[in-house]
Ligand binder design. Sequence first.
Ligand code: FES
Length: 160
Amino acid sequence: MEEMKQKYDELGAYMEKMLEKPGPLMPVMQKAQDIFGFLSFEVQEFIAQKMNIPMVDVYGVATFYSQFALEPKGKHTIGVCMGTACYVKNSESVLNTMADDLQIMPGLTTADRLFTLESTRCIGCCGLAPAIMIDDQVYGRLKPDDVHGILRKYRDETPS
Ligand code: FES
């Protein structure tokens, strides 16, 4: 409870500073996500009230930009690169195989909160295309058949 109050205080203080500048909504939402990890309904409401703008504006931005998460992320975040170099090397089938294995659409988190699946822009490893990133670890030159083994590694290291 106290920790939550501190987070809201930190966001409130940041907003005080930002409200003096033009176009503060994006940086405020980014800051809120950094503090809370995701933008819950309550956090969006807090931002809307403090900034004196309609909730629908905050929600619209939160849902439009893929960098914002509306639910807590999983323990591991998987980013499947859909940049040009990866796309031409069939990253779409890697993404589809991931989605099939995890049984979620990109942008969502598995029910056990182990994985969040995202499609991303270029992650800067085009020589390894098609590439993915799981947390800070890059996996390159992937084939869809590699997906199950990679996911198993993360599942195996998580106590059930
Ligand atoms: S396009 Fe995928 S790493 Fe650059």
